[in-house]
Design a protein around this ligand. Sequence first.
Ligand SMILES: C[S@@+](CC[C@H](N)C(=O)[O-])C[C@H]1O[C@@H](n2cnc3c(N)ncnc32)[C@H](O)[C@@H]1O
Length: 212
Amino acid sequence: MDVTQAVRERFDGRAPEYDDSTMHRELAAAVAGFVSLDGVGSVLDAGTGTGLVLRALATRPEAEGVRLAGIDLSPGMLTVARAALPGAELVEGDATVLPFADRSFDVVTCTTALHLFPDADAALAEWVRVLRPGGRVVTATFVGFEPGKHHRHHGGGDGAQPAPVAPYPMHHDRFDSVARMAAFGAAAALRVLRHTTWTDGNDTVLLAELGR
Ligand SMILES: C[S@@+](CC[C@H](N)C(=O)[O-])C[C@H]1O[C@@H](n2cnc3c(N)ncnc32)[C@H](O)[C@@H]1O
């Protein structure tokens, strides 16, 4: 089975319970709050899952009239997203090969999904293609990720059981510090413009805004 198929199956399986994760809901709210909507008319959420970040963005008064779009490999996750946010444009597909025109978005967000992409550099280049001049990429990536620790907060285990081993690679260490995010962005001629750290006391996540 290839990585794409394995990721799709894993998240199709997690879709019905995914929104039970307090961690993912609270992180999505933090990411949505971190995104600057000043002058922004459109946002694309890459690896949108159940659309938690788009849903949190939609609650901000400044998001009124903003085009909200998301793309994900998992039809199961998208079914939840579509039910929760019927007004959004939610597309099944690979965030590395976007079915969107050049210069069609002001912001691309990606929350706890970059580590799953087989070719994150190609994904970032693709996001730059669809961004308008002055557009920004906002990422949220785990710092010091430990699968067992994370698993407890998914409603998927009580900590007594070992975490399941994902049937695909996870490239957390490429994105787990500001310096590493800066190196990642530099390959697409982007800089880290702002960053902050979010934690719920268990998981720690780096939020970064990249732009020219
Ligand atoms: C941990 S979930 C995060 C979902 C959402 N961003 C959130 O914050 O709740 C990771 C998501 O990335 C999606 N994903 C992984 N690789 C992808 C790819 N190459 N293209 C599109 N979606 C992908 C998975 O299907 C899954 O829904």
